[in-house]
Design a protein around this ligand. Sequence first.
Ligand code: SF4
Length: 231
Amino acid sequence: MTAPPLPGGRPPRPRSRAARRAQAAVVLERLTAACPDARCELDYETPLQLLVATILSAQCTDKRVNMVTPALFARYPDAAALAAADPAEVEELVRTTGFFRNKAKNVTGMARAVVADHAGAVPNAMDALTVLPGVGRKTANVVLGNAFGLNEGIVVDTHVARVSGRLGLATGTDPVKIEEELVPLFPRESWTLLAHLLIAHGRRVCDARRPRCGACVLADVCPKMGVTRLR
Ligand code: SF4
């Protein structure tokens, strides 16, 4: 970051696009070095499996989702099988992920739409994904970036929103607005990785309640927006 720190050691909040881009480059470089293992934490082998796992991950940990998906994927190996599933049986299989009735409805509805409109193959386009039941822009970005290797956008979950806000890279609270603020700051080829890095950093260091700023590799380039308790 080019802007010098203030006498108190706290850097000024970057405001210009150029300053935020410079800060973004440092963030990307340092988090890439600090979190070399950052990746999609959901277990999957096909785009359909990742789509199902991502729908199930709403309000649930990836670890918990990974505990239920092996049985679900074994029972319903493709979109046609899932489309024809008994909803009550799907509900039982996904019960521990929470909101299980709604999630069962969404994964079976999504599968029916994939069978009806895409011959059973998950589409690799944002417009086609976001009209599927239970699939919003975040879920579509997860699938496009990780299952198809397409950097169409940046996944904004609770960690990405919090960390990018504290860093002063994004000011909005709406995930779509945050994504719009982040996209011009980072090279397109980094978008999928960036989300994994911010999520890993948010889980390991920039904790929601007690950010460990004293141990953070970004401390000297972070205005710590909204942070009141430091460790
Ligand atoms: S841990 Fe502190 S210094 Fe690091 S990104 Fe979060 S708020 Fe900024």
